[in-house]
Design a protein around this ligand. Structure first.
Ligand code: CCH
Length: 291
C-alpha cells in the first residue's frame, strides 16, 4: 500500500531524540555496500530537498513527495526506495512524524554518526497526500555536465559558489552504482567517514578517463580504485570553484563548518515552519533567530 499521511498525532508530540536513535540503529548493515546506509540516507535528504527553486518557490523537502510518482520514478532518484523502505519502521514507530521530516533528519543523523558536523535541524514539514505538487523532472544535477550546469542548478536553489563546493564535498561519502546512475565506484578510501578527503584526492591524485563501456567517468591513475564524475572534475577546472576546493583540502574543520551551514540551509529550502501561535514563519527568515 502507498504510504499516506501521518495524522496519528501532532508533530509536537514526537520525541525526536528517540527518532534519531531509531535512525542510528538502522545505519549499520554489513551486507549493504560499505557496511552502512549512511551515504544513501544523505543522498535521500539531499534529493528530497534539492528540487527547490527560489524563482517560483516550488520543490524542496516539504511534502515528502519523493515517496510518490513522479519523483519516485525519476532517474536521478534510482535506488532511493531502499532508503525509504529502510526508514519505514521509524515512521511507523513514531506517530506524528512526517516522511518529509524523516527523510531530512535521516540525512542529518547519518552525517553526524559518520563523524561529520552537527547540523541544525528542526521539525515542521508536512506530508502531501500525493505527488501532484512535485516539480517537473530535471531539477537535480546531471553528473555528465560541467560548471555552467552546476551553477544553473544550485543558483536556482539559492546557493553561491562557496556553498556549492562545500555541498558537493558530501562525495567523501558513499559510492556510485551501475544499476542506479550508471557510474561505478567510491570517491574516497573511507566512504563511510565524513571528511575532506574528496577535496584532497581531487587535487593530489592524477585523474584519467576510465576506459570502459559505462558513462564517462575518471579514475585515479595510481590505484584505479577511486572515481570522479565529470561534474566533480568541474570543481577543479573552474577557477572560482577551485579556490574553495583548495581551501577545504587544506582545512577540514572549515569544510565541516561550511558544509553544516549549507546542508542545514538545503534541508529547509521552501519549508515554512509554524510559529507557536500557529502563524507561518517566513520562508527566508533564518530559524536561528526564532529559537
Ligand atoms: Fe551526489 N551523486 N551529486 N551529492 N551523492 C551520487 C551519489 C551521492 C551528483 C551526482 C551523484 C551532491 C551533489 C551531486 C551524495 C551526496 C550529494 C551519484 C551516484 C551521482 C551520479 C548515485 C548512485 O549511482 O548510487 C552531482 C552531479 C552533484 C552536483 O553537481 C550533494 C550536494 C550531496 C549532498 C550534500 C551521496 C552521499 C552519494 C552516495 C550515495 C550512496 O548510495 O552511496
Amino acid at each position: 500500500t502507498a504510504p499516506g499521511d501521518n495524522k496519528r498525532a501532532t508533530p509536537s508530540k514526537v520525541d525526536y531524540d528517540q527518532v534519531r536513535k531509531s535512525i542510528s540503529a538502522l545505519l549499520d548493515d554489513n551486507n549493504y555496500d560499505d557496511g552502512s546506509y549512511g551515504p544513501l540516507f544523505v543522498r535521500l535528504g539531499w534529493h528530497a530537498s534539492g528540487t527547490y527553486s527560489h524563482l517560483d518557490s516550488t520543490g524542496g523537502s516539504n511534502g515528502g513527495c519523493m515517496r510518490f510518482e513522479p519523483e519516485s520514478g525519476w532517474g536521478a532518484n534510482k535506488g532511493l526506495h531502499l532508503a525509504r523502505e529502510r526508514l519505514e519502521s521509524v515512521y511507523r514507530a513514531h506517530p506524528g512524524l512526517t516522511y518529509a521530516d524523516l527523510y531530512t533528519l535521516a540525512a542529518v543523523v547519518a552525517i553526524e554518526e559518520m563523524g561529520g558536523p552537527t547540523i541544525k535541524w528542526r521539525p515542521g514539514r508536512d506530508d502531501h497526500k500525493d505527488g501532484k505538487k512535485s516539480p517537473a523532472d530535471g531539477r537535480l544535477p546531471d553528473a555528465a555536465q560541467g560548471a555552467q550546469h552546476i551553477r544553473d542548478i544550485f543558483y536556482r536553489m539559492g546557493f553561491n559558489d562557496q556553498e556549492i563546493v562545500a555541498l558537493v564535498g558530501a562525495h567523501s561519502l558513499g559510492r556510485c552504482h551501475t544499476d542506479r546512475s550508471g557510474y561505478e565506484g567510491p570517491w574516497t578510501n573511507a566512504p563511510t567517514t565524513f571528511s575532506n578527503e574528496f577535496f584532497r584526492l581531487l587535487l593530489e591524485e592524477k585523474w584519467q578517463l576510465r576506459r570502459w563501456k559505462g558513462p564517462k567517468q575518471y579514475e585515479d591513475v595510481k590505484t584505479k580504485a577511486l572515481m570522479m564524475l565529470p561534474a566533480d572534475m568541474a570543481l577543479i577546472e573552474d577557477p572560482e570553484f577551485r579556490k574553495y576546493v583548495v581551501q577545504y583540502a587544506k582545512d577540514g574543520d572549515k569544510f565541516a563548518t561550511d558544509f553544516a551551514a549549507a546542508f542545514g540551509k538545503l534541508l529547509e529550502l521552501g519549508v515554512e515552519f509554524k510559529t507557536t501561535d500557529g502563524s507561518r514563519h517566513g520562508k527566508n527568515e533564518s530559524f536561528w533567530k526564532r529559537i
